[in-house]
Design a protein around this ligand. Structure first.
Ligand code: ZN
Length: 525
């Protein structure tokens, strides 16, 4: 007679060996045994829920997934006492993502904001896991990345695979999915480059050599062979690839500290920089027209004007963040500083803290410009309307009147647009995992956001009575500003991919546009 603990351990083992039928048998046996217990242990219940969700995903059985999800959601507080919260959220994310994948009506609905509700719930659960995790579980980063990739947020997905690979170098699941995400990037961006293929190949090779269940190793092998044959067809040999790698490595080492910081943190506005660190990645050369090939549409120059504005503001926001937080390369500010009354100990006041606030506010401004750009592209609003990125999609005043804008948005079937919508839901104050950024923005613009040192706060006698006051440490706000910059960079990419896809669709309807960027920065083609 076995016990549920042993049954679940066996199920784990069999899943690792890709024997899902065996795993399901043992999971169901554990379920039987646990259901006859008056007070089953939370650890075992959480374990059971995870296996039900895993097996349900493999066999495409929503009943099993829903059963696992019900355990996690109904007993969340109880389970949280015994099981890491991050892992519970992660399993909820897995369940929601599977339910999204099973939904057969998706094919008719197309890929649009209205059709990804369950995917957004999955994404929110993974972000919850991300925020409470201690950062040591590479699988969590991979699951989050996969969900972001599924939502067309490929820039952030690539960053999360990198996080997984930083925690566990060579982590095969991260390598395999990273290779696939690079292929998604290819499709979404509409650009093929040799270095992208070489980078995908590197990932597939690492995945194949790593520790994967048999069916995934086979997938890695298949992708590796396919990529190799494309490269061979393009005239690439191992020797040539090695030379190319060596050259790239030399160039990557030669970047100055600021640019290295940009590349390390996925803050370079260049498609090339998403997977490569050579000098070609240097220029923030993201533009709506493709680096190779043509697009069309009279909207392109108008949106490119807007993009230049966003990029210029982003360059300032990024530089200000760097000046506020990084010691090497900082501007000498001493002769520019003011003098302030010491009302309480530990307030971080002065130029560095203003740089940080300004950086954060600029990001929100850029996101609102993206809303303007989407409106310009699809004729969604009149020029007088003030558009806010997180809320312009489905305006309250149209809710009971045909929802013209929301309907129009959902007719587009555009990957970049879906990514933008998904990002906007992150900033939703109800349910969005980064909704508190919106609160910071309000405090910065209409209230007071006071940055403090690690100890101390505003004393009672100095607390305003009629102004909204928010306090947080300089370090916490710096961390959040970095994330805000990354989110904004990802949104700028998605905006470009959205406009570019419409430009490709317009080919044949008007004169083709090829644009040569004015290269104001050093670099090479
Ligand atoms: Zn390169």
């Amino acid at each position: 007679m076995t016990d549920p603990n042993a049954e679940l351990a066996l199920a784990d083992q069999l899943l690792d060996q890709s024997d899902a039928s065996g795993a399901l048998d043992h999971t169901l046996r554990a379920k039987e045994q646990l259901s006859s217990q008056a007070q089953p242990s939370p650890i075992l219940l959480g374990h059971l829920a995870g296996r039900l969700i895993d097996c349900g995903s493999v066999f495409r059985r929503p009943d099993l997934v829903l059963e696992g999800l019900a355990i996690l959601e109904s007993r969340f507080d109880e389970l949280k006492q015994e099981i890491q919260e991050a892992s519970l959220h992660c399993n909820i994310g897995n369940a929601k993502q599977s339910l999204y994948d099973f939904d057969g009506s998706r094919a008719q609905q197309g890929f649009n904001p209205a059709a990804i509700t369950t995917l957004i719930e999955a994404k929110n659960a993974y972000w919850k896991a991300f925020r409470v995790s201690d950062g040591s579980d590479p699988q969590l980063f991979v699951n989050l990345a996969n969900c972001l990739d599924r939502s067309s947020r490929v820039v952030e997905a690539l960053r999360c695979y990198d996080l997984a690979l930083t925690v566990t170098p060579g982590f095969a699941m991260a390598e395999l999915n990273r290779g696939m995400a690079l292929q998604t990037l290819n499709e979404i961006a509409g650009v093929y480059t040799i270095s992208l293929l070489l980078e995908a190949l590197r990932s597939f090779r690492a995945a194949e050599a790593g520790n994967l269940p048999p069916h995934l190793r086979e997938a890695a092998r298949h992708q590796r062979v396919r990529t190799e044959s494309v490269l061979t067809r393009l005239g690439w040999s191992e020797d040539r690839a090695r030379e190319y790698d060596e050259q790239h490595r030399l160039e990557a080492d030669a970047h100055d500290p600021y640019w290295r910081f940009c590349l390390d943190n996925f803050l370079a506005l260049s498609e090339h920089a998403l997977y490569c660190r050579c000098v070609g990645a240097r220029r923030d050369d993201l533009s709506i027209p493709k680096p190779t090939g043509s697009i069309a549409g009279e909207f392109v120059p108008r949106l490119e004007l807007l993009l230049n504005r966003m990029k210029s503001e982003f360059c300032l926001a990024r530089a200000l963040y760097y000046q506020a937080t990084r010691a090497p390369g900082q501007w000498d500010l001493e002769s520019f500083e003011g003098t302030f009354s010491e009302l309480h100990e530990g307030e971080e006041i002065g130029l560095s803290s203003e740089f940080l606030r300004t950086s954060f506010r600029l990001c929100f401004g850029i996101l609102d410009r993206i809303a303007q750009g989407v409106s310009e592209l699809y004729a969604l609003a009149e020029p007088e309307e003030a558009l806010y990125f997180e809320s312009f999609w489905r305006p309250a005043h149209q809710r009971n009147k045909g929802e013209e804008r929301w309907t129009k948005i959902n007719q587009q079937n555009n990957w970049g647009l879906v990514a933008l919508y998904s990002i906007a839901t992150d900033l939703n104050t109800k349910g969005g995992e980064w909704g508190f950024f919106k609160k910071h923005r309000n405090s910065l613009e209409h209230g007071l956001l006071v940055l403090t040192g690690d100890s101390g706060g505003v004393p009672a006698l100095a607390r305003p009575e009629r102004i909204l006051l928010e306090e947080l440490t300089f370090a916490a706000f710096a961390e959040q500003t970095l994330y805000m910059l990354q989110l904004t960079a990802s949104a700028i990419f998605s905006f470009v991919f959205c406009a570019r896809a419409e430009g490709v669709r317009s080919l044949g309807e008007g004169p083709a546009i090829r644009m040569t960027m004015d290269k104001k920065d050093i670099g090479k083609d």
